[in-house]
Design a protein around this ligand. Structure first.
Ligand SMILES: [Zn+2]
Length: 195
């Protein structure tokens, strides 16, 4: 099982956004691990592969979070109002991680996780997966686009797509991950916020 370490860092002088559910980071990553054969492990090592940062500055007007693929940083806005909502917070995490996995595109369908609206539906959609496809390829056994950049970086194998025949589309036709809200409802976290 591939393991990816992540760390939570705080910019010097940053206001740690009190409306963000910091346990949503592990919740979102664990949800992604339902799709990919990997495990996300929190570490205190600042050189962890994926860095979540309580940002001191804004990324853009009313941005909740933003990602930098070159250094695998995901920044959380100091002021965006997440409403202390686990779904909203974890959705932002998944959304940004999928930017790391693939590209900067957004879905115009509001219920997609790759919509910039942070109003997710029940699961990662077919469209969402396509938005990870900036570096993608397709093959006879993999009708789906895969995030090859991320795959190559982390020797990623896809838990669900690997043996699916053509025309069966992720994630409906295979071992479907739990639905997003159910996942979060069942999530019991002891992960603490920025320290
Ligand atoms: Zn985005």
């Amino acid at each position: 099982m591939r393991e990816i370490s992540w760390v939570l860092l705080v910019d010097r002088g940053a206001r740690e956004n009190p409306t963000f559910r910091w346990d949503g980071i592990q919740a979102g990553l664990d949800y992604l691990a339902e799709y990919w054969a990997l495990r996300f492990t929190r570490t205190s090592n600042p050189r962890a592969r994926v860095k979540f940062i309580a940002s001191r500055t804004q990324g853009g007007p009313n941005w909740a979070a933003w990602a930098n693929r070159s250094n695998f940083e995901i920044r959380i806005s100091p002021t965006f109002n997440f409403g202390s909502n686990l779904l909203t917070s974890a959705t932002a995490v998944v959304h940004e991680f999928m930017h790391l996995a693939g590209g900067s595109h957004h879905s115009s369908v509001q219920k997609d996780i790759m919509s910039p609206a942070l109003e997710p539906g029940e699961q990662i959609t077919q469209r969402d997966a396509q938005y990870m496809a900036a570096y993608a390829w397709k093959g006879a056994r993999r009708p789906w686009n895969e995030p090859t950049y991320f795959r190559d970086k982390f020797t990623l194998t896809h838990r669900l797509l690997w043996v699916q025949p053509p025309k069966l589309y992720f994630p409906d036709a295979c071992d479907q991950p739990r639905r997003w809200r159910e996942w979060l409802d069942s999530f019991g976290s002891s992960v603490k916020g920025p320290e």
